[in-house]
Design a protein around this ligand. Sequence first.
Ligand code: NAD
Length: 383
Amino acid sequence: MRIFVLGGDGFCGWPTALSLSASGHDVRIIDNGCRRRIDAELGTASLTPILPLEDRLRAWREVSGREIHWSNIDIARDYNALRALLDAERPEAIVHLAEQRSVPYSMSSIEHRRFTVEQNLTSTHNVLAAQIECRLDAHIVHLSSIGIYGYETLGYRIPDGYVHVSMRSMDAVSDREILHPPNPISIYHLTKAQDQLLLDFYCKNEGVRATDLVQGTVWGTQTAETSLDERLVNRFDYDAVFGTVLNRFVLQAVLGRPITIYGSGEQTRAFIHITDTVRCIELALNNPPASGSRLRVLNQLAETQRVVDLARITASLVGDVETRFIDNPRKEPMSNELDVSNAGLSALGFAPKRICEGLLLEIKDVVERYSKRCDEGRLLAAA
Ligand SMILES: NC(=O)c1ccc[n+]([C@@H]2O[C@H](COP(=O)([O-])OP(=O)(O)OC[C@H]3O[C@@H](n4cnc5c(N)ncnc54)[C@H](O)[C@@H]3O)[C@@H](O)[C@H]2O)c1
């Protein structure tokens, strides 16, 4: 298949591009490097020494004998370049990962709110509009976040995207199946909820084929391909703005610092390992929706865990490490239960890897290897 990976220089996109290329697909990355510029803005960097994208691609060519092409296009702001490329190359599938993905970044100022809304909604709409203008029938696989469902205890297992409801108005009752109501608690999640409506609209009204993968927090670093050569290493974010919780905990533990838990630690979140993220994207690509289908929504998670339990698992991995509760810098419920079905992906063959010592050792190895590059001042959110 000819596949475009939008955001293919990022944490999920790079291993996805490599894996698809290794499987024999013809892969083109579209990425304008804005994530690297955000690192510069925040004064932080990946713990792992990620090479510039052109060097990563050269290394992949040398290691695998395969070519991944790259176009440096801002898909939110250069619609014409995106449309021209789609028209010229006519991919069969588009994996859309090119969005601003940090909750704290999206909430840090009015400017960052506006940037996140423009970046995420315009990029998704541009991909859909360009597809229509080019009369292209590429299957669009978009990455969303489980946070669109909200973090209140719901009392039921959240299904893959759609719920049956009885609508009551005046004297009438009508049974319908609708997209699960969104309940975002950040601007970032708000954009993901609105992305879903854009995808739904284009599937219903324009015949687009699309899958929305509603994903949990991704942990881990390396995949089979990124481990082949140090020049292919995946990025590892540990800072308070882009670092995800488990990666930060392992880094703190390895450095011998207290593991810092925001609030009570009784927040329950969904998790998935990076190798499973790549696997699920491939499963979605290999099993596209039929023409004329509604938007397909698949929850992409391996498990849910309470933050305090993750801290405990991490502490036991390293030995005697203190865990410390600090004021939660985020506006979120103190505690919640979260039960999310992954039946759709399981039916396609997804066999999730759960958080366990073996996989945590992978992060520990990465962290031990590169810990000298850590700027400890970046680990905690500003008060
Ligand atoms: N990492 C997670 O834990 C997680 C969890 C749930 C959902 N997701 C979603 O998965 C997707 C990928 O996440 P990630 O962690 O790889 O993020 P990332 O920031 O590491 O990668 C995103 C990539 O997209 C590029 N990009 C962003 N806007 C662009 C634009 N307008 N034009 C061209 N390139 C652009 C960036 O330069 C970057 O390389 C995102 O949509 C994110 O919301 C991620």
